[in-house]
Design a binder for this molecule. Structure first.
Ligand SMILES: *[C@@H]1O[C@H](CO)[C@@H](O)[C@H](O)[C@H]1NC(C)=O
Ligand SMILES: *[C@@H]1O[C@H](CO)[C@@H](O)[C@H](O)[C@H]1NC(C)=O
Length: 239
């Protein structure tokens, strides 16, 4: 599990939703500052389910976030999970992957429930487990094709690449912003993880980030929109 700090301190008594006040994230009801301490939980790779399900039952993993001092999880997904594979079962996906049989058996042992669920149901079950345990969630669009990125030729690096059709990306953002709207602990939606490769352009980045933010807020005006700034090789600026 890749751990990434987005803040430094826990505020456990905040109500939700959150809002912003100048540079601060605040509790909308009280105006008090809320610091997000997010662990990054990978769900955007080819199995299209969160990592660790071959090691422990879902709820045991979820309890570890509290124990380790996190009040938030940045839960990554690939656009295609929702725009193309939402109704495919996890078992179908796993059977098409070159995974060791022992890994599949370990998933079946620790999390038998996940195999016959669809990808949409499996992602929602993770959100619900976090929600029930009071862990805030930011729904993180990490890639489009569920795979590693972002080289010059993997098609997953920047707008216009083989796997980053802006319209499909916006459809994905709109879907998650709508679908998870009623989950109180879903406090934020990320626009996209760092978009980087040789074809990156500030102009296009700026245009699409604005479209993405509008799309999310049209679907759910209450949710925070997180902009991730890629710093390599060219610094970008926040909107
Ligand atoms: C999944 O099924 C629902 C209900 O039939 C449908 O509306 C939706 O478009 C399907 N999603 C995908 C990605 O195929
Ligand atoms: C999943 O579905 C398959 C086929 O429908 C069935 O044989 C299997 O027992 C189911 N597994 C679980 C864990 O429910």
């Amino acid at each position: 599990m890749l751990i990434c700090y987005l803040g430094v301190l826990i505020s456990s008594s905040n109500s939700l939703p959150l809002s912003t006040n100048k540079r601060w994230i605040v509790d909308e009801a009280t105006g008090k500052r809320v610091k997000l301490v997010c662990a990054h939980w990978v769900g955007d790779l080819s199995p299209m389910v969160v990592e660790g399900l071959d090691k422990s039952p879902l709820n045991d993993i979820v309890h570890q976030f509290h124990d380790k001092g996190f009040n938030c999880v940045r839960l990554s997904y690939s656009t295609y999970l929702f725009t193309r594979y939402a109704n495919q079962t996890v078992a179908e996906t796993l059977s098409g992957l070159d995974l060791p049989e022992a890994t599949k058996a370990a998933i079946a042992k620790h999390n038998p429930w996940v195999l016959n669920t669809t990808h949409l149901e499996a992602y929602e079950a993770v959100v619900d487990a976090l929600d029930k345990n009071g862990v805030m969630v930011t729904i993180d669009n990490h890639v489009s094709l569920p795979d590693w990125c972002c080289g010059n030729d993997d098609g997953n690096g920047f707008f216009g690449d083989r796997h980053i059709d802006p319209q499909e990306w916006l459809r994905g953002l709109s879907f998650v912003a709508t679908y998870f709207k009623e989950k109180p602990h879903v406090v934020a939606v990320d626009l996209r993880n760092e978009l980087t490769n040789a074809r990156q352009s500030k102009h296009d980045w700026y245009e699409y980030m604005r479209k993405g933010a509008r799309t999310i807020h049209e679907a759910n005006p209450k949710v925070l929109v997180i902009v991730v700034i890629a710093t390599v090789p060219t610094p970008f600026y926040a909107i």
